[in-house]
Design a protein around this ligand. Structure first.
Ligand SMILES: Nc1nc2c(ncn2[C@@H]2O[C@H](COP(=O)(O)OP(=O)(O)OP(=O)(O)O)[C@@H](O)[C@H]2O)c(=O)[nH]1
Ligand SMILES: [Mg+2]
Length: 180
């Protein structure tokens, strides 16, 4: 007799799922951020993202639903491919590496991509690798000024230490929850 496949139970979190995209320069720490948020794990070894990975992050209390996150690869060769991942996006997490000037200089490109492909998405600017305080090259006031220019919030976090990661995702989930 054929096995009967039951559909997984519908939880409030699966009903309240919102879509997010994480973008920014290659190697700035996007995958590490998402893995810390969803799996509470971190790896020192750099493995570029090929195209994009889909990861689900649930809110910690289960009440604010969950985020389906497209974690994209920052390398130039994926740029045309990435357009399709912006479809139906509610949140865009715009990342740069606090230790890398080029990743900060690239931000307007990514911001314009978000505005072009998902104009109504809630956008937040995130500086990554805050644990390496002695190697930071992007001044906090420059990041804040950039965020103010775009009328968005700025946060800095460390996927390695875990600092600010849960707060960031709770804030994002809160913001899209209120918009419903
Ligand atoms: N010190 C420190 N290193 C980090 C942190 N986050 C990521 N890294 C390191 O930075 C490197 C790149 O991280 P990834 O998360 O793979 O970068 P990415 O933005 O996903 O890169 P692409 O997929 O190529 O776009 C890896 O060696 C990570 O271990 C952090 O918070 N602190
Ligand atoms: Mg990656």
């Amino acid at each position: 007799m054929a096995a009967v496949q039951l559909a997984p139970p519908l939880t409030q979190a699966s009903i309240d799922c919102r879509k997010a995209i994480v973008v920014g320069a290659p190697g700035c720490g996007k995958t590490s951020l998402v893995n810390r948020a969803a799996l509470n794990s971190f790896s020192k070894i750099y493995q570029q993202t090929y195209g994009a990975d889909l990861v689900v992050k649930n809110s910690t209390d289960g009440k604010k639903g969950s985020l389906k996150i497209w974690c994209t690869g920052g390398h130039e060769r994926y740029r045309a491919l990435l357009e399709q991942f912006y479809q139906g996006i509610h949140v865009a997490i715009l990342c740069f590496d606090l230790l890398n000037q080029a990743s900060f200089t690239e931000l307007p490109f990514w911001y314009n991509e978000i505005k072009r492909n998902a104009p109504d998405a809630f956008v937040i600017l995130v500086g990554l690798k805050s644990d390496e305080a002695d190697s930071v090259v992007i001044k906090q006031q420059d990041a804040i000024r950039q965020a103010l220019d775009w009328n968005i919030e700025f946060r800095q976090v460390s996927a390695k230490a875990g600092t600010g990661v849960n707060e960031l995702f709770e804030y994002v989930l809160d913001s899209v929850h209120k918009k419903r």
